[in-house]
Write a protein that binds this ligand. Structure first.
Ligand SMILES: *Cc1c(COP(=O)(O)O)cnc(C)c1O
Length: 354
């Protein structure tokens, strides 16, 4: 039987080498062997984040790291601004509200990227944080973090970015772009099963932890930092996922981050051109802001059916998310996706006539 072509937007395809890295005896998370792996993962994650800051390893899906950012760096009643460009930014806003922050949402039409001037018009001296999703996986649009960083770097406002579906697929320069808190997770471009999330804070963000009054325990990053110094975590981490991410990061470093970004770029280009040739449009309003880790293809009223038909041909992609669940299907180029997979997808799509 032909191998399935898995082009999901998360959880993504896991390379054989990563699966094999988990096929091994268990070890204690307090053993020297664990600390050696933790130390290597820690260094490679810094490269992926483009930072000299530490990157902490949390056992949770990506949402946990979003929660950690709020718990550690904010206080009840803090004013924050959230540009809402789709499902994941709406979730970040809802989470901030659940923690009783005062949330100012800046709404954008689905398929649009967050306009920096429009967002910055809402940021005042009172604004404690700006939450920007790097890559909005629901609409296939990525935001200009560099521009947001530039706008905020000399202010007291923290720039928090969720790069769950960006990091390791899209260029990321946490330090150069002045991102204060950056977070991601294992099951997207990092090609690892769900179970780990990652978060990094710069000095400006650490400073804020001193005054934060929101209760925290499991995600207390000061405690995470104490253990990180000895290459451990406060509680039992998902040790097998750490094996997996260690191997995945080795694969990424062997290919080279620049080459990895280029492969994502090239594959996305092929998909965008390919679907347009077949008469489809993409959902993002501006091709220049179309994501390079997934493509949201516009197929009004037909998306679910197309996803089903593709699956019958062994090509696994995702439907849209509400409210565009049946108008968009999403094709992942995150992580373990190569040109052959893209060609197989386009070939299969060509055979579908609805
Ligand atoms: C997948 C994703 C998340 C995290 O979701 P989890 O299911 O908690 O891992 C958050 N933000 C974005 C942009 C995502 O794509």
């Amino acid at each position: 039987m032909k191998k399935e072509v898995v082009m999901m937007v998360g959880p993504t395809a896991v390379p054989e080498r990563v699966l094999e890295a988990m096929h091994r005896p268990s070890i204690s998370h307090r053993s020297p062997e664990y600390t050696e792996i933790h130390a290597r993962v820690r260094e490679n994650l810094k490269k992926v984040f483009g930072t000299k800051n530490e990157v902490y390893i949390l056992t949770s899906s990506g949402t946990g790291a979003m929660e950690a950012a709020i718990q550690n760096c904010f206080s009840f009643g803090d004013e924050v601004v959230v540009p809402v460009t789709g499902t994941f930014s709406a979730q970040f806003a809802a989470m901030a509200e659940a923690y009783q922050l005062k949330v100012k949402k800046v709404m954008f039409e689905l398929g649009e990227a967050a306009d920096v001037d429009k967002v910055m018009a809402e940021v005042t001296a009172e604004t404690r944080g700006l939450f920007v999703i790097h890559n909005e996986s629901s609409t296939g649009v990525y935001n200009d973090l560099e521009a947001f960083g530039k706008a905020l770097k000399d202010t007291d406002t923290l720039l928090i970015s969720d790069s769950v579906s960006g990091a390791a697929g899209l260029e990321m320069k946490m330090d150069d772009w002045h991102i204060d808190i950056l977070l991601s997770s294992s099951q997207k471009a990092l090609m690892v099963p769900t179970g780990l999330s990652f978060i990094s804070l710069n000095d400006k963000a650490w400073e804020r932890t001193k005054t934060s009054n929101i209760p925290k325990y499991y995600f207390d990053l000061k405690k995470a930092d104490e253990f990180h110094k000895i290459n451990q975590t406060p509680n039992t981490p998902a040790v097998y996922n750490v094996f997996a991410v260690d191997e995945a990061l080795k694969i990424i470093m062997e290919e080279g981050l620049e080459n990895v970004y280029k492969r994502h770029e090239d594959n996305t280009r092929l998909i965008i051109d390919g679907v347009k040739e077949l008469g489809y449009d993409i959902f993002p309003k501006d091709d220049n802001r179309a994501s390079r880790t997934l493509t949201a293809v516009y197929a009004p009223g037909k998306a679910k059916k197309i996803v089903e038909e593709l699956a019958k041909k062994g090509v696994i992609v995702n439907t849209g998310l509400p409210p565009i669940a049946d108008d968009v299907f999403r094709v992942g180029t995150m992580g373990y996706v190569y040109k052959e997979d893209v060609e197989a997808f386009l070939e299969a799509l060509k055979e579908i006539n609805l």
